[in-house]
Design a protein around this ligand. Structure first.
Ligand SMILES: Nc1ncnc2c1ncn2[C@@H]1O[C@H](COP(=O)(O)OP(=O)(O)OP(=O)(O)O)[C@@H](O)[C@H]1O
Length: 355
């Protein structure tokens, strides 16, 4: 099989390429240059110079062709701009989902087809299992590396074309041992961080530059609308957050939490943590990896990147909106993903809205 490997210059995608080559496939590599030359992203971040050189060196070691694709503009428009804008809507974005879906699984995948590939492989930790009705997306063997939540928006059509060999790996130590076995120069390279283009602090600089409204002062209010204090911008807050509330963190003996963010009025609504939480919320931009259910569907859902699954009912409303009803209250945050699971299998998911 002719397979294009999406190579980030890290150990995971390098081992992916080496394993597929060893299995006898006709492998070639491709790296997206995502580095932003316009200065909003920290220098030396993901997929800039060194990572591209690493991917090239690994390809040379394996004796496979390697292409570099300039995706800077596309990455900026579909990932970084949207990331900044969604903070100003009072949401908490997940840029990796948009990057996977738009840049990696649309642009790169199209390029793979153009270059005559039969499949595209990545170093993501998920499993693709051939089911009776086509390819299924599953959590990986190594749950500590699970990336299925970040890949829920992968369409069935894309999934048919994708391969994720590392989904079967028992743990990262084994992946590094494989890298050593192949003599790859990146065997001990450190893991990439959560969001490749920001650190905890630098996201504020991005919002400041691209969507400064997110950093304008506003009121902190209680549920009755009474003004309790001021904040330095809604971009600093997420629904469910207890930090950054200063002397409002405790009121009348109760720990306080962000209940809602109103981007129109720039108000942050807080209230006692123990009474907070909700069972009902809605989803936009759904992706289904099964036929759309005609009746209420009971399944497990995961509503944050690193959170346990919880039981829920998914309901398609008469106006076609999708409602999720959690069995026990949770703190769904607008902009985050709600992914549906049955056992290890991803059934679909969408982005959270509260109304
Ligand atoms: N710039 C890029 N160009 C091509 N493919 C990429 C790029 N960045 C990431 N990928 C692909 O997406 C996969 C998952 O990316 P992620 O950022 O989660 O990296 P990772 O798990 O640290 O993997 P790696 O060790 O390969 O960097 C990578 O293994 C690779 O296949």
């Amino acid at each position: 099989m002719r397979i294009m490997v999406a190579m980030s210059g890290g150990v995971d995608s390098s081992v992916t390429a080496a394993l597929l080559k060893e299995q006898g496939h006709d492998v070639f590599g491709a790296t997206l240059q995502l580095y932003d030359a316009r200065g909003v992203v920290k220098k030396g971040s993901c997929c800039a110079g060194q990572d591209i050189r690493d991917a090239r060196r690994v390809s040379d070691q394996l004796g496979i062709p390697h292409y570099v694709i300039d995706a800077e503009d596309r990455f900026h428009q579909t990932v970084i701009d949207r990331f900044a804008q969604s903070y100003t809507r009072g949401e908490t974005p997940v840029p990796c989902i948009e990057c996977n879906q738009g840049v990696k699984f649309t642009d790169l995948l199209n390029m793979a087809r153009e270059l005559g590939a039969d499949a595209m492989a990545t170093g993501h930790y998920v499993r693709r299992i051939e089911g009776i009705n086509g390819a299924e997306l599953h959590r990986p063997v190594d749950m500590s590396r699970d990336q299925s939540w970040f890949l829920f928006a992968t369409t069935s059509e894309q999934l048919e074309f994708l391969r994720f060999p590392l989904g079967e790996m028992p743990n990262k130590d084994v992946v590094r041992q494989e890298a050593e076995r192949f003599g790859l120069t990146v065997a001990q390279k450190s893991d990439s961080q959560d969001i490749c283009f920001v650190t905890d602090k630098s996201y504020v600089q991005i919002v400041e530059k691209l969507s400064p409204e997110g950093l304008e002062q506003g009121d902190i209010v209680d549920e009755t609308g009474a003004v309790l204090g001021q904040h330095e911008g809604i971009a600093h807050y997420t629904v469910g957050q207890t930090k950054r509330l200063g002397n409002l963190a405790m009121r009348q003996g109760d720990k306080q939490m962000v209940l809602r963010i109103d981007s129109q009025t720039r108000r942050i609504v807080i209230g006692p943590k123990q009474d907070a939480g909700r069972k009902l919320f809605y989803l936009r931009d759904l992706n289904w990896l099964i036929p759309i259910p005609e009746q209420d569907m009971r399944c497990n859902v995961q509503i944050r990147a690193r959170e346990q699954e919880r039981s829920a009912t998914i309901r398609i409303l008469p106006d076609q909106r999708v409602q999720v009803e959690l069995e026990e209250t949770g703190n769904p945050a607008p902009g985050q993903a709600c992914v549906f699971y049955q056992g290890s299998r991803v059934l679909g998911g969408g982005f959270i809205t509260l109304s």
